[in-house]
Design a protein around this ligand. Structure first.
Ligand SMILES: C[S@@+](CC[C@H](N)C(=O)[O-])C[C@H]1O[C@@H](n2cnc3c(N)ncnc32)[C@H](O)[C@@H]1O
Length: 235
């Protein structure tokens, strides 16, 4: 998995400041292998709908440890990765030293790039952490060129509805999901129209949508879409 970020037995893994967790170093390395295995399946789907990335300027928004950023770079795009967690960006830079200058600590609600800069923005499993996804969509709109493409994937509102164990689909609630199989992190619940919002539909043309059960199958004996994948074009 490339160079390791820390020596010693314990690593502080941070998924945004509210998700500070301590995990053992061995657990971390093992988890990263699994994470990248699942990531490979998700990545393949995104690349399939993205088309050629050659010579495109691409933002990986909420890039995490940089696995996709590196894959986008390999497709001969000019790529940048941003993530709100300084710790995660530090790991990304150490894992992919050739990309150390293109990773930035930044919130997707305030993207540090000028208007009309990107041909493509990919945001995989990050937008659902926002209370208001429109705040990211506004920034994606601003930073994309005209006719630029946005691809996002999020936890599907249907699976979130089941996870929040409420009879009220519309009521906002923080739900808890597990990452790395055991670390609990929380995220706000969202409805479908939080994503396909008036802002989104007024500023982007929806080109493609996909909802499927994921590889991780969090709902045993049930068929429930675990992710929602959307491709849209800036108007
Ligand atoms: C589930 S991980 C996904 C990482 C990567 N996109 C992937 O698919 O492997 C979610 C990432 O989004 C980042 N994130 C959450 N909220 C964010 C925000 N407001 N701005 C930027 N990054 C954010 C987290 O720090 C975390 O690295």
């Amino acid at each position: 998995m490339g160079s390791t970020p820390t020596s010693g037995t314990v690593l502080v893994s941070i998924f945004m400041s509210r998700y500070n967790k301590k995990i053992s170093y061995d657990f971390y390395t093992e988890s990263m292998k699994n994470w990248e295995k699942k990531g490979a399946v998700r990545q393949k789907r995104i690349f399939k709908i993205a088309g050629s990335l050659k010579n495109k300027t691409v933002l990986d928004a909420g890039c995490g440890f940089g696995y996709d950023t590196d894959a986008i770079d390999k497709k001969k795009a000019k790529v940048f990765g941003i993530d709100i967690s300084g710790h995660i960006i530090k790991i990304a830079k150490e894992k992919y030293p050739h990309l150390s200058k293109v990773f930035f600590v930044s919130d997707i609600k305030k993207i540090p790039f000028k208007d009309n800069f990107f041909d493509l923005i990919i945001s995989k499993y990050a937008v659902h952490y926002l209370n208001n996804p429109d705040l990211a969509f506004k920034e994606f709109f601003r930073c994309l060129k005209k006719d630029g493409i946005l691809i996002i994937s999020v936890h599907h509102p249907m699976s979130v509805f089941f996870l929040k164990k409420s009879k009220d689909y519309f009521k906002k609630k923080e739900i808890t999901v597990k990452i790395f199989g055991k670390i609990k992190i929380s995220q706000p619940s969202h409805t479908l129209t939080d994503y396909l919002s008036a802002y989104f539909l007024n500023h982007f043309d929806l080109l493609y949508a996909e909802e499927k059960q994921e590889t991780l199958k969090i709902f045993k004996n049930m068929k429930i879409p675990e992710y929602l994948l959307i491709k849209a074009k800036k108007r």
